[in-house]
Write a protein that binds this ligand. Sequence first.
Ligand code: ZN
Ligand code: ZN
Length: 544
Amino acid sequence: MDWADELAAQVRDRGPQIVNDSKTPSGTVHVGSLRGPVILDVITRALRANGVETRLLYGVDDLDPMDAQALLTPDAIEREMGRPLAHVPDPVGDCHASYARHFAGVFIETFDGLGIHPDRYYWMSDIYATGDLDPYIRTALDRAALVREIYRRVANVQHPDSWHPLGVICPTCGKIGTTIVTDWDGERVHFECRENLVVWAHGCGTTGWISPFGGAAKLPWNLEWAAQWSLFGVTIEPCGKDLSTAGGSRDRSDAIAREVFEREPPLNVPYEFLNIGGRKMSTSKGRGAAAHQIADVIPPEQLRFLFLRPRPNQAIEFDPEGTDAIPRLFDEFDRFAAATAGREVKGEIPPGYEATFGYSLLDPAADIAAEASAFRPAFSHLALLLQIPGVDVASRIEIEKGSALNERERVILRERVAAAQAWLAAYAPESARVAVRRDAVPEAAASLDADQRRFLAQLSNLAGHDGPDGGDAWQSLIFSVAKQDDLPPRRAFEAIYLAFLGRPNGPRAGWLLASLDRDFVYQRTWAASGWTESGPPAGSEVVK
Ligand SMILES: [Zn+2]
Ligand SMILES: [Zn+2]
């Protein structure tokens, strides 16, 4: 998290800071789009923690044209494509005033759940209507030749000399994606609504002179972005690496800010993408990669942690479908918590882990030490317990902790139980699904080799009727018994899976045994071994 604190140190003497981002509400938002807002929130928290007065703004670019027909009904396509998103009806129902309000609403709810609370949300359709952008529209039109020259120089984009940086909302058909402005007389612009200006929408052919002010027109994206910076006094605005390339959108807007609107652009914090394993996420039983769907499975603090663990300039590979990516995310979060609480943890832990843990918490004012030391049950253990009939999860977890859960720990447990249930329903791989064969030793256990049988018999003897406490203790016992007999751990685990599940693989064996009744474990390991008081079954002596 040193990057956020470094940024705070860099701007500490520059007075109050305005952090901004904005988004086009063009449809369902992919979970990767949450990386920007989480980074924005952490910058804001870091600045405030360093005593810098800071405001966080978030804009909805809802005058942008509708350009994706996937969510429109066939009869609406011709009519709606090219109109401002703020003027397209809600495709889902009557729940919101427009298409833009619907999708921005879903996104904003997700923010809220993640502990991201901008001081202000602004809607560009409202901002244009107030006339606040009129001075910028005027400047852009007066300096149209300079704007064309910047596009040519910075991005190698050649606009004809008649091109003016403005999009008019056609007064006849209501579309904005189909119009171009070809002249400006100081008060009105001359526009054309062209049938074939773009391939995804058709204009109606109207041409004429019109006043561009008070919401009748909007600036093209690069100019609108720079105008937002001036209008709101933005000093810091992170943006995705797709926009941060040389000659890309950010470079153009930076040049326009400096040369057309004559203001230094905000500091950029470019950030990398989150990639979802290269696999399509909306298939079969998967829940998809939509931000609000992932947020149903991954609780907010682990989701913040997913984005915050790597530095902004590192890409994140995340592949939750049919993998243990989600359990591993929880384990990693718990490791950071343990290290923050001063406990020893396995493996290397990056410097700044305390800050990463602190910024992952939902509440900026949380007591980090208390949060770090709270007892958190391992996610895969919970996922296992939930699949075993008759288990009282809360009392199992209290046995593991060795004392009663406090109020906060009960909240964490409830949250994790819900997450584990959702994970089992939507993402878990087959190996994580278990059905313990209670009635009898599974037939598949007949294939156990002599050394595996001896391992089970020894395990049964050593564990006895009592068995160790908790998954880690079982895991160590399994390793030590296997080691004694020179049995590779893989084959020891296989013996346990065959004896209890009737298949050669399964979830972590120690946790499986810990989730079961101890006497049952004793009886079953012994029965599956085939051993009797007088020794191994006939014909299965281990030859050393
Ligand atoms: Zn709606
Ligand atoms: Zn038109």
